[in-house]
Design a protein around this ligand. Structure first.
Ligand SMILES: Cc1ncc(COP(=O)(O)O)c(C=O)c1O
Length: 377
């Protein structure tokens, strides 16, 4: 049995095309959680130093995945929304400041900026519908713009932005560049330094194949101390184990954003999941995922009545492909697919498919065959 068949032994007949929502775990993450549970049952936290070793490894893997300069630039967080909130409520806003976002953002990357209204900070939404979405975003950045925040890949359309272009231009204009990376990290290579972002964040439960509730927050070193802190506790201190010490300062590293005890159970799983992505290599993951999305796209295009809602240019997408089928309302189509064991999502006025690098050809072929039957019915 090949490595991937062993790692992803889904239930018979399951067609899992929903990694843009919540991904299945690889076997090694499942085993890591099982053995962590067993250890807690039998030994409690006797070997806590070993757990810290796993947590350290997780930070190293995340630093590699993001190409962060060091692990000191990363904090482990609850999820993407928490990290976005650290940025939004950490910056020192002036009345009249402006935040630019796109009109396709997932609520996490919209609501958090709109919540700044109370400080007289305006949020401007820019349409990504034209032929130059980056140009449109940059054109909306004026003298009042303090920050541009976008998803690397849009959750519904799957549109992938040219982050390097945005980052470079933001730097030139003195605008902070914030990237919700959840739909890219683990699907395609990501390079926080090359794109020159100020902040990037993602939870682990999508393309990184981890559990919900453990994510990563990258904060560029020059901005670390500029973010006001709103969560305090023992773990975020410069000397976290020195419980008797009366004086304290926040950690000089991004651990300052981690107030208390870590999500060690999540760390066990995510560390294992990321070890698989590392073993395969992110370049290879991206190639294999691209092939699967292309195959789905070509198959869908041959089914009469399908309208693709995602970009056709492979350079403009990652792992998401959304479509509509003439004569079908999305809810009915979604329910029928679900009844046939096709796990997908309804997003952005269509059905969203999101395979991953390991998705077996069978899954794609069978799904396309089912859709064709439905279209012919
Ligand atoms: C672009 C984007 N951002 C954020 C999230 C989720 O945020 P969180 O990690 O806070 O649950 C999603 C989930 O679908 C998403 O697609």
């Amino acid at each position: 049995m090949s490595l991937l068949q062993d790692e992803f032994a889904h239930a018979d007949g399951l067609r899992y095309l929903n990694h843009a929502a919540v991904a299945p775990w690889p076997k090694r993450a499942t085993r890591a959680v099982q053995s962590f549970a067993e250890e807690n049952w039998r030994l409690g936290a006797r070997d806590y130093p070993d757990w810290l070793t796993v947590e350290r490894r997780l930070r190293e893997r995340l630093a590699k995945l993001l190409n962060a300069p060091t692990t000191a630039d990363l904090a482990l967080v609850k999820n993407t929304s928490e990290a976005l909130s650290f940025v939004a409520f950490g910056l020192d806003w002036r009345a009249g400041d402006q935040v630019v976002i796109s009109n396709q953002e997932f609520p996490s990357n919209r609501v958090v900026w709109e919540a700044l209204k109370r400080y007289d900070v305006d949020t401007v939404q820019v349409s990504l519908d034209g032929s130059d979405p980056e140009g449109a975003l940059l054109a909306a950045c004026g003298p009042r713009t303090r920050l541009l925040s976008v998803s690397a890949v849009q959750y519904a359309s799957g549109l992938r932005l040219d982050l390097q272009r945005l980052g470079k231009e933001c730097r030139r204009r003195g605008v902070l560049f914030c990237v919700d990376a959840i739909q890219q990290l683990g699907a395609l290579p990501f390079d926080a330094q090359a794109i020159d972002c100020a902040f990037a964040m993602a939870d682990g439960h999508k393309w990184m194949l981890g559990p919900e509730g453990l994510g990563v927050f990258y904060c560029r070193i020059d901005l670390r101390e500029q973010l006001k802190l709103h969560e305090y506790g023992w773990h975020m201190l410069e000397h976290p184990g020195d419980y008797e010490r009366a004086d304290w300062t926040p950690s000089r590293t991004a651990r300052r954003f981690e107030c208390g005890s870590p999500n060690m159970l999540g760390a066990m799983a995510l560390e294992a999941s990321l070890s698989l992505l590392e073993e395969v290599g992110m370049e290879q993951v991206a190639v294999a995922l691209g092939e699967r999305v292309q195959w789905l796209q070509e198959g869908l295009a041959k089914i009469p009545g399908t309208q693709l809602l995602s970009p056709l240019n492979p350079a403009r997408r990652a792992g998401i492909l959304s479509f509509r089928l003439d004569g079908w309302d999305n809810q009915t189509l979604f329910e029928q697919l679900r009844a046939k064991q096709v796990v997908c999502a309804q997003r952005g006025g269509g059905i969203r498919f999101s395979p991953h690098f390991y998705t077996e050809p069978r899954v794609i072929d069978e799904t396309l065959a089912l859709l064709r039957q439905m279209a012919d019915a």
